[in-house]
Write a protein that binds this ligand. Structure first.
Ligand code: ZN
Length: 134
């Protein structure tokens, strides 16, 4: 996938491997400029930045999630403004190519937080009831 960070062209290659233990690993390899391919069409450019995302057995593996998380790791040490440009380019490219993409990780929603708070409250009340009863 061709990504732009300002006027710098970055190529992102994603590979998905299914490991013996059942976990899926997505590898993101990034290099600057055009690709150089071998006879089999594989890119031979040296990739200075890589990121991998491992999907635990508990989670459902999806390629969009693998791409997002592995790309996030590959660009982790870049300055924030650069990362912002890359993400914008990534979402734009995904849209153009009809690839599903998931938004960047966001914390729990307000609704989830409210449910958690309620559960904690219920547990506390139940505990107090039990203590009072004994
Ligand atoms: Zn390449």
């Amino acid at each position: 996938m061709r990504l732009m960070a300002g006027d710098v062209v970055l190529m992102a290659h994603f590979a998905y491997t299914h490991h013996e233990n059942g976990a899926w690993v997505t590898l993101c390899r990034l290099h600057e400029g055009k690709c150089n391919s071998d006879a089999l069409g594989r890119c031979t450019e040296y990739c200075a930045r890589t990121g991998s995302a491992r999907c635990s057995n508990k989670d459902v593996f999806t390629k969009p999630l693998g791409r997002r998380d592995s790309l996030a790791r590959a660009i982790k040490f870049m300055p924030r403004p650069t990362r912002k440009l890359i993400w914008a380019s990534y979402f734009n490219q995904s849209l153009k190519r009809g690839l599903k993409c998931v938004p960047k990780h966001v914390g729990p929603t307000q609704e989830q937080l409210a449910i958690e708070a309620l559960k904690t409250l219920i547990r506390t009340v139940v505990r107090e009831e039990v203590q009072r009863g004994s």
